[in-house]
Design a protein around this ligand. Sequence first.
Ligand code: FAD
Ligand code: SF4
Length: 478
Amino acid sequence: MAIQPKKHEMPVQDAHVRAHNFKEVALGYTPEIAVAEAQRCLNCKNRPCVEGCPVNISIPEFISKVKESDFEGAYNIISASSSLPAVCGRVCPQETQCESKCTLGIKFEPVGIGRLERFVADYHNDHFKGEIAVPASNGHKVAVIGSGPSGLTCAGDLAKKGYKVTVFEALHLAGGVLVYGIPEFRLPKSIVEKEVDTLKKYGVDVETNVVIGKTLTVEELFEDGYEAVFIGSGAGLPRFMGIPGESLKGVYSANEFLTRSNLMKAYDEHSHTPIMHAKTVAVVGGGNVAMDAARTALRLGADHVYIIYRRSMEEIPARKEEVEHAEEEGIEFKILNNPVEILGYHNPDDRRDPKNGFVTGIKVIKCELGEPDEKGRRRPVEIPGSEYVIPVDCVIMAIGTSPNPLIKNTTEGLDVNRHGGIIVEEDTGKTSKEGVYAGGDAVTGAATVILAMGAGKTAAKAIAVSYTHLTLPTNSRV
Ligand code: FAD
Ligand code: SF4
């Protein structure tokens, strides 16, 4: 049978319709489409796709099960390596990971591995009615700080080995960026909730509204009987450009804007969370965060949303699919433009004028591409005298985030690098402090869900190994 050269299309909501609602954009494969896509896989003996997956999912094996319509069998294979398959199937940058290594991709489009992963996870979530086998306790207590993908993965892997794990989360809901950052239209919160519920069934306790470094310290966790601590506190501290006008009303960090909309449900007309329903919005940045903020602003009622990015479309770091979706929905890309000032309204004759202090525009300077930087991306070079003003009433800064220094500042002996990332041993996640492990964005700075999960796995393995010299209770499964 001849191989179909292109991936089977993912059914999506119409761009004009979805630009005005928060429902999921991509609708997922049907079983028939999934089987047909699986049949494109060559079942390569050397498995290059597995090498491209940071958690080494047995990709050809799970796809073979899909070919046989054994979707539960496929799920069992994926879940042996990944604790959040419905999430990864939606948000992982497969085009730069597993799919970039796919043999089929040399001549045709690679196998839609991410789309198949998503299908299998959703099928399981919709159909599985069996009970989870809860492992016997081994009597050891581990504390996990943060409930993002790194913390949840570390907690899940340890719980499956019989550890008593408690996750401490600063916010009122578990999930990290998956619930407060990535919008509903890309990752429905019910999916994250289901993944968290599954971990709870394995015996993981989740304590929300606990800020480690304020409510409790790492030292106090040890005093409370936890024998190891994993820090997966992410990189939630927003960066600003340091240009004039950033304290005007109507300037948000993307994290604040998205948290208000996602976690605090400001998009819902019945919510009490205030958010600006601006008509013209500038989003500064070109990553996934910028795309999410821009598409959220559009759905909140903006007529014009501009992405202001200082390099060209070639260098834009957001996932290709997210850029395409944003373009289809009408987001306008002002590339090779760099902001120099945010302008505001000032009425010197009437200090009580309610418009005082609100954003009126953003001044940008045009750029051209120069020599490559240390990462090989061509540097933007400003063109003198090319400044112009784009009238806007809201500016959202999506130019990156850093790890919050709170835990470092309240934990003696925890070393961080000059960017605030916790320093760890690469193959164990061990920090400079005895019994403390770390992983995910708290170590690397803002990265990806799958890398955070991989780090959670590495640390869970190392924590388990560190206990093997102890005499474990007879019911232990370690
Ligand atoms: P987080 O997910 O940041 O979780 C950390 C958790 O720790 C948070 O819940 C936080 O509240 C909690 N915490 C922090 N400090 C404390 C404390 N002191 N005490 C207790 N709890 C604390 N990646 C992709 O792969 N694909 C995408 O499409 C994608 N899109 C993104 C879109 C947005 C808007 C953002 C912001 C990020 C996106 N990312 C994407 C990046 C990805 O989400 C992160 O790399 C990943 O979530 C990092 O996981 P983590 O577990 O390290 O941290
Ligand atoms: Fe299938 Fe592509 Fe992996 Fe080969 S590389 S086994 S074709 S998914």
